[in-house]
Design a protein. Structure first.
Length: 68
């Protein structure tokens, strides 16, 4: 969990479309028997939302070594 949180936070902090304030938040939103949902909450302008979301989702998949 710590590695995933650190990776996602770093990705958000390094994305130019994500605002620095308020700082991105990451937390375990739900625990299942075989799954874990981690939420990354970040702030961006409306105009930059889709590009930020797309880039962050793609980056998270790469960090976790998931197949596209």
């Amino acid at each position: 969990i710590d590695k995933i949180q650190a990776a996602r936070t770093g990705l958000a902090e390094n994305n130019p479309n994500v605002k620095k304030e308020p700082v991105p938040q990451i937390f375990v939103a739900e625990l299942g028997e075989t799954t874990m949902n981690i939420t990354l909450r970040y702030w961006t302008s409306v105009a930059d939302f889709l590009s930020a979301k797309t880039a962050l989702n793609k980056s998270v998949r790469s960090v976790l070594n998931l197949k596209e």
